[in-house]
Design a protein around this ligand. Structure first.
Ligand code: C5P
Length: 214
């Protein structure tokens, strides 16, 4: 069976960086599932269609090509916000989840990060991590990121955005963001990404050793 590491958590907790580091280290495929929801939102925006046009969102979801998810195009903040609106529709989720599962089944296995990986997409994952940080810390990181590329932004607005997105992702009826019962919790509020990576590595190494013994 391909090895699967499931990483969930709210926006800005550091799960993307952690997923990339783990995929590199263990030579696994990597899928940022947020990009699949972003691709649907982007397609609707490109065609000037409203984000609540469910049948158009379903069509866009069917057309998502997992090999062509362009982070540079999809990473815009407004697309993330739009993605969380199309992500509430169960039919859209079902189409994307099938594609995500097929990706996870591809040898040698994968690190997938998102909101529902440990709970819905890969409930049998070898490792489940729930990466979180306080909303204030996530807002501070986002502000620093914007400033580091010469941009300006308002802390209070970023924080309000983060809180709103958390509410939408945790409050939706289908596949809300929450830790799987068997997830390891990693709070990165006061932890540098390197420390989070080391903590995650210890968890993965332990699971690999047990798997090899079995
Ligand atoms: O992680 P990212 O910010 O790219 O995700 C954008 C939005 O896509 C999230 O706010 C969430 O609503 C949705 N999403 C989801 N399930 C996932 C990944 C992302 O609902 N597995």
């Amino acid at each position: 069976m391909p090895f699967t590491i499931a990483i969930d958590g709210p926006a800005g907790a550091g799960k993307g960086t952690l997923a990339r580091r783990l995929a590199d280290h263990y030579r696994l495929n990597l899928l940022d599932t947020g990009l699949t929801y972003r691709a649907v939102a982007y397609a609707l925006i490109q065609h000037a269609l409203p984000l609540d046009n469910v049948s158009a969102a379903e069509t866009a979801a069917r057309q998502v090509d997992m090999a062509k998810l362009d982070r540079a195009v999809l990473s815009a903040h407004a697309i993330g916000e739009a993605a969380s609106k199309v992500a509430v529709y169960p039919t859209v989720r079902r189409i994307l989840v099938e594609k995500q599962r097929a990706f996870a089944r591809t040898p040698p296995g994968a690190v997938l990060d998102g909101r529902d990986i440990g709970t819905v997409v890969c409930p049998d994952a070898d490792i489940k991590l729930y990466v979180t940080a306080s909303a204030e810390v996530r807002a501070k990181r986002r502000l620093a990121e914007i400033e580091s590329i010469g941009g300006t932004a308002n802390f209070a607005e970023i924080l309000a955005d983060i809180v709103r997105r958390d509410e939408r992702d945790m409050g939706r009826a289908d596949s809300p963001l929450k830790p799987a019962a068997d997830a390891h919790l990693l709070d990165t509020s006061e932890m540098a990404i390197e420390a989070a990576f080391l903590a995650a590595m210890a968890i993965v190494d332990d699971a690999l050793a047990r798997r090899n013994k079995a």
